[in-house]
Design a protein around this ligand. Structure first.
Ligand code: 5GP
Length: 342
């Protein structure tokens, strides 16, 4: 449906290496034929599902394909252009800085290269404002988390506003949020915005309760926060009282089997309550989707009119991590486009 593609959109939850398209994977595979990686190992097709654990195996395969500066530059540039072609006007990309012994890649160089790609797209005039969130993989524990925060802090100061925040992600069944609290607290104190993956699996209630005290600036997924799925009213109260927006990814959660079907997605719970809810892709490459498709899916599943969908994409502007001046620019863009849509 052309409406969803033409709809101006804001993408706030996109993991770089999960967003790599079929076309880019093909290019990476031809650069590294000796890895014997096939496309079926890097994406989950239509109608297919995997366990969350299997999804994390997929990321390991993609990481093997993306391990040099050139790879990161190409992947970031391609991903940005693909989001722009899909009508995304503002994008917050997130990625975990990786060090690769084989290629000499360092974490610092990793972030520098992502920033370089963002700047290149800007100078080419690609019609999208891109910001970066440095990601902490929870699996790597306290010390790495603190190092990552320091790296993010450095880049926040040296990139005039391109690095806006920090993401906490990685396998939710590994590690505990309490070990990461000092790092997250430090990030918050130095002005980095926090987007935390919370309650992706049912066993994280205590951790979510603890991390909500920070409080984070946005929540990734929050699948099991509400009482209808074994969460609790007190967790919901904390989210509501602090007015913390949720980043919601329908296809990702259904394909990753943490949500049983689209109509049972927790978008319904939060949206009906009038709580800030932002539709996002998570990993458009791995889950074979794009943001237009996610909006269309939300609309068809929950019976949203074009007007309601418009409002949903417009309201997302309020929850971006870039400063107010950027919000004003985006709001103007939406005003300019609206007459062409209705
Ligand atoms: P990267 O950070 O390498 O650019 O993107 C892939 C990484 O993002 C994965 O290794 C994982 O740490 C994180 N990630 C991607 N999708 C998800 C998700 O659905 N849940 C969680 N918790 N982490 C994810």
């Amino acid at each position: 449906d052309a409406f969803y593609r033409e709809l101006p959109k804001v993408e706030l939850h996109a993991h770089l290496n999960g967003s790599v398209s079929f076309q880019t994977i093909e290019k990476l595979i031809s650069r590294k034929p000796y890895l014997k990686i096939e496309h079926g190992m890097t994406a989950i097709g239509k109608g297919q599902r995997r366990t969350l654990d299997e999804c994390f195996q997929v990321f390991k395969v993609i990481h093997q394909l993306v391990d040099t500066e050139e790879d990161i530059l190409m992947v970031t540039t391609d991903v940005i252009k693909e989001f722009a072609a899909d009508g995304v006007k503002y994008l917050e990309l997130r990625s975990t800085p990786r060090q690769e012994e084989n290629t000499g890649l360092t974490k610092k160089r990793y972030v520098e290269t992502v920033i370089k790609a963002i700047r290149q797209c800007k100078s080419e005039g690609v019609d999208i404002d891109v910001r970066f969130l440095v990601a902490i993989d929870r699996r790597n524990g306290t010390e790495v988390a603190m190092e990552t925060v320091k790296l993010a802090e450095e880049f926040m100061l040296s990139t005039d506003g391109l690095v806006v925040g920090l993401d906490l992600s990685g396998d939710p069944t590994v590690g505990h949020g309490k070990d990461l609290l000092p790092a997250l607290q430090r990030a918050k104190n130095c002005g980095l915005k926090l987007s935390l993956h919370l309650s992706e699996v049912p066993s994280q209630l205590e951790e979510s309760d603890l991390l909500l005290n920070l409080p984070p600036d946005r929540i990734g997924h929050g699948t099991f926060l509400h009482p209808e799925v074994g969460g609790s009213q007190s967790l919901v109260d904390k989210v509501v009282q602090n007015n913390i927006p949720l980043e919601l990814c329908l296809t990702s959660n259904v394909k990753g089997q943490t949500v049983s079907c689209y109509s049972k997605h927790h978008f319904k719970y939060w949206y009906q309550m009038g709580h800030p809810s932002v539709i996002c892709t998570d990993d458009k490459g791995v889950f074979s989707t794009d943001l237009s498709q996610e909006y269309q899916l939300a609309a068809s599943t929950f019976g949203l009119s074009h007007e309601a969908v418009w409002k949903l994409s417009q309201q997302a502007i309020d929850y971006i991590f870039a400063p107010d001046t950027v919000k004003q620019q985006l709001k103007q863009k939406w005003i300019d486009i609206q007459p062409h849509m209705f």
